[in-house]
Design a protein around this ligand. Structure first.
Ligand SMILES: *Cc1c(COP(=O)(O)O)cnc(C)c1O
Length: 434
């Protein structure tokens, strides 16, 4: 279905990468529950293993259902290929392993998902790949932290949970001058609201657990290669320009169509680490993606209405939602996310930690769940959940206060959601007086 590439976003989100099976006529994507695939001949097997031909060997490396998800999301992001992973964290880790070795470093914005902070700062450090965290609000901080062993810049489109926005074009300009790939986590905005490639990103990561799959049913991740980074003769990436003894002495930078990164990620790192995505999870994500644009529009509208309500409420100290005029990062939000910044916002309660806990416990329609991007509205208190493994110092550095609450607005009626916020805010204030 290559012709679908020319079609609009929604047409591709629904059709791309799949044609109804000719023999059975099955109209929906089949779930290929298979560990392995028959080789037509020894010669065919040889060609698959040497990457002379593309085809299925073993589900740790590729699966026909998962491949449809990979092709469809790559198309929506404007990329040349993608590799699905067992989780967003796995996608991040395998991406960095593809680029960096012991002694190398990556530079990441400090305002990122708490689980990524642990992975980059602690667990990945054990492989010898270090991470320098910088304040992404000033793009020059990426340049200042760079040295000759820097292999990637990383940030989230809309930071979780403070909704700060890194100026992607400014970071991409610095990265281009230094020959460093820009990796953007597009989980909160999805390709419907934002295409990082159009502003200079080279690699895009998603936790498919969130808006893409939509229903809070799976854990998954994916890495998309935009195909716009120059690996050939790049002095920062000798591994891409020398024969790889770990894979038939292949020279990744010589692979046609600039597919060096995505081929190395699959052929070497996914093969060895094995954090592949289950075809069942890929199938559920494909089901979710069919309605992505419709859902994102409602998520954005509900979040904006909720933010406007919270801004006016006397128990609320401040609201982090740059889509609203007067908020920090509003200029960047207008420039990069004219359709909206998604369904996630955070706010600080005047009553601090106690009010935060009382508020969360008083919610009736919002659920207290450590997730986001669900059709159902969710609330968390980061200091006691998603970010609880960070020290108070680290929390302060990423601007999370004791009374910070994160909301992920679902698709319910906004009147019901605001009524729930209102009664929980009232309870949180009563709690303070008691
Ligand atoms: C959830 C999340 C992740 C991690 O994804 P998992 O699927 O939970 O491993 C990474 N980045 C962002 C922005 C997230 O919200």
């Amino acid at each position: 279905m290559d012709s679908k590439k020319q079609h609009g976003f929604d047409t591709r989100a629904i059709h791309y990468g799949f044609a109804p099976d000719e023999r059975s006529g099955t109209f929906t994507v089949p779930i290929h529950m298979a560990s392995a695939y028959t080789f037509k001949s020894s010669e065919y097997a040889r060609r698959l293993f040497t990457l002379e031909e593309e085809g299925n060997i073993y589900t740790r490396m590729q699966n026909p259902t998962t491949n449809i998800l990979e092709e469809r999301l790559a198309s929506l992001e404007g990329g040349i290929g993608a590799v699905a992973a067992s989780s967003g964290n796995a996608a991040e880790f395998m991406t960095f392993l593809t680029l960096a070795s012991s002694g190398d470093n990556i530079i990441s914005s400090r305002d990122i998902y708490g689980g990524s902070v642990n992975l980059f700062g602690k667990t990945m450090a054990r492989t010898g790949i270090s991470c320098t965290f910088v304040d992404g609000d000033d793009p020059e901080n990426f340049a200042r932290a760079t040295n000759e062993r820097t292999k990637a810049y990383f940030f989230e489109t809309v930071g979780n949970p403070t909704c700060n926005i890194t100026d992607i074009e400014a970071v991409a300009k610095i990265a281009r001058e230094k020959g460093i790939p820009v990796i953007v986590d597009n989980t909160l905005t999805t390709p419907y609201l934002f295409r990082p490639k159009d502003f200079g990103a080279n690699i895009i990561i998603h936790s498919t657990t969130k808006f893409l799959s939509a229903h809070g049913t799976i854990i998954g991740g994916i890495t998309v290669d935009c195909g716009n980074f120059i690996w050939k003769d790049n002095p920062r990436f000798p591994d891409f320009n020398q024969p790889d003894s770990n894979y038939n002495n292949i020279i990744y930078a010589d692979i046609p169509d600039n597919k060096a990164f995505i081929v190395k990620l699959r052929a070497q790192i996914l093969r060895d680490i094995g954090a592949c995505q289950s075809p069942f999870n890929a199938w559920l994500t494909l089901c979710g993606m069919e309605t992505l644009s419709l859902r994102m529009e409602r998520h954005c509208q509900n979040a904006k209405d909720a933010a406007e309500f919270l801004l006016k409420h006397p128990a609320v100290e401040k609201v982090n939602f740059p889509a609203i005029p007067g908020q920090p990062h509003h200029q960047l939000a207008m420039k990069y996310f004219p359709k909206g910044i998604g369904g996630v916002l955070s706010f600080d309660l005047k009553g601090g930690r106690e009010a935060g806990a009382k508020f969360i416990d008083s919610l009736q329609l919002f659920s207290h769940v450590a997730n986001l991007g669900d059709t159902k509205s969710l609330a968390t208190h980061p200091a006691s959940s998603t970010h609880s493994q960070l020290s108070l110092e680290q929390l302060e550095a990423i601007r999370i206060g004791p009374g910070t609450v994160r909301l992920s607005l679902g698709l319910e009626d906004i009147e019901d959601l605001i009524a729930d916020l209102e009664q929980a805010l009232t309870c949180s204030k009563l709690g303070m007086r008691n």
